[in-house]
Design a protein around this ligand. Structure first.
Ligand code: ARG
Length: 458
């Protein structure tokens, strides 16, 4: 048991207490950030004359050595240390002797862990943002290839009006684009450096907090030391943004599961992204989409968990906050994994365009357009709506689509119908005439796609 305290204690910590308290099993994940923070701290201490240049050199070299050895697997982070901070400090002292004992001058583990967590979250925001961007690339490719792929658009999971695959996928493009915006907002807001806040009330050493903030790539130093050590807002914001990403992935997964079913047959998930059944030889299951949908609950869980942990914590640091790590790490890893797998699945998926178009055709998705035809011939919309409703009923009786209903039947209900009704309600007209901004019409869709391309290249 290697810990950084003990002077005022007369007994060894109970083994169970030690284990309950220890965080090394998970905070080992940010050894790199811990060392990065320590190097900045030491550089500042030397600049302020609190450490000598020689001490700084020795400590920095020692820290670099620890970092390299851990990375190369030569030095294991084991549970004999209480936390990652103790691990680094103890190893430093082993390596360089007394100079290592000066590393923690003017610092507390409270501002240290606040810094480590921020550095870690900031790094991960960048990594997640890159994954979301890669997914957007995959979606945009599908959009570019499917401006003329007709499919039914749904409301209430009932066929409503025809759209295109580009348009449908474009809806997800917008969602994930907002997700990136959220990540960037959080990154900007959280980018203040807590190092130098000490345990809670700063320190009497003449630290230069602006300098460490700058060395570590922060926009500025935090302004209140009590808030600095007890702020986990950015963790909550991140988990909220991650929950939203998962919600989007889950909705899309749900659609892919439906589309991949025998009833829809809109897509065929690639063999590499499907699994079989141990008993039913015919099965090819969309497990990846189901798992992504399933893992959403676990990320929401992390958000609710940290919100609940934080709600009763008096200022400033309290040990409860150690609970922020495991669930945040798990949520980050889950989201990164889901984004990568989901991207692979959608970019290898085959779209069964003929089935999509056939489905759009036989679901009366052109009924609104038939009503609009009448409106264009002077019939008030409410009357047109009623007339086309009756036409749909006739078609259902005969088991045919509106395109197949003879002109006499149209005319029998309303003389305003002429032979050009068939053209007016063809799938091509229904989709291609919808050219208001944001609609599926190929003309406007292509403009939107060009904007999306611009955005990704920016
Ligand atoms: N493992 C602790 C955490 O994650 C580090 C901070 C410890 N500070 C303390 N005063 N015990 O929050």
């Amino acid at each position: 048991m290697a810990q950084l305290w003990g002077g005022r204690f007369t007994k060894e910590t109970d083994k169970l207490v030690y284990n309950f308290n220890a965080s090394i099993s998970f905070d080992r994940k940010f050894y790199e950030q811990d060392i990065r923070g320590s190097k900045a701290h030491v550089a500042m201490l030397a600049r302020q004359g609190i450490l000598t240049e020689e001490e700084k050199e020795k400590i920095t070299e020692g820290l670099d050595g620890i970092l390299a050895d851990v990375k190369e697997g030569k030095l294991a982070i084991t549970s004999e240390y209480e936390d990652i901070h103790s691990f680094v400090e103890a190893n430093l002292i082993d390596r360089i002797g007394d100079a290592g004992k000066k590393l923690h001058t003017g610092r507390s583990r409270n501002d240290q862990v606040a810094l480590d967590m921020k550095l870690y979250v900031r790094d991960e925001i960048d990594a997640i943002d890159a994954e979301v961007k890669a997914l957007l690339e995959a979606l945009l490719k599908i959009m570019e290839e499917n401006v003329h792929t007709y499919m039914p658009g749904f409301t209430h999971l009932q066929k409503a009006q025809p759209v295109t695959l580009a348009h449908h996928v474009g809806a997800y493009f917008e969602m994930f684009r907002r997700d990136r915006g959220r990540l960037q907002d959080i990154r900007k807001r959280m980018n203040t450096c807590p190092l130098g806040a000490g345990a809670l009330a700063g320190t009497t050493y003449p630290l230069d907090r602006e300098y460490t903030a700058e060395l570590l790539g922060f926009d500025e130093a935090t302004r209140n030391s009590m808030d600095s050590v007890s702020d986990r807002d950015y963790v909550i914001e991140l988990l909220s943004a991650l929950s939203t990403i998962m919600m989007h992935l889950s909705r899309f997964s749900e659609e892919i599961i439906l589309w991949n079913s025998n009833e829809y047959r809109f897509v065929e998930i690639d063999d590499a992204y499907s699994t079989g059944s141990s008993i039913m030889p015919q099965k090819k299951n969309p497990d990846i989409a189901e798992l992504v949908r399933g893992k959403t609950g676990r990320v929401y869980g992390a958000l609710v968990s940290i919100l609940t942990t934080m709600k009763g914590i008096p200022l400033a640091y309290n040990k409860d906050m150690q609970e922020d790590k495991e669930l945040t790490f798990d949520a980050i890893d889950t989201v990164k994994g889901c984004l990568a797998l989901f991207g692979g699945m959608v970019s290898t998926m085959q779209f069964r365009k003929e089935n999509m178009e056939a489905s759009a055709k036989n679901g009366f998705t052109n009924a609104t357009d038939a009503a609009d035809y009448l409106v264009n011939h002077g019939v008030p919309f409410r009357d047109a709506h009623g007339i086309v409703g009756q036409l749909v009923l006739k078609c259902i009786d005969q088991g045919i689509s509106l395109d197949e209903l003879p002109l006499e039947e149209y005319k029998a209900l309303c003389p305003a119908f002429e032979a050009d009704i068939y053209d007016a309600i063809s799938m091509k007209t229904c989709v291609e005439k919808r050219n208001t901004l944001g609609a599926p019409g190929p003309k406007v869709m292509e403009q939107v796609i060009a904007q999306c391309r611009d955005y990704l290249e920016r």
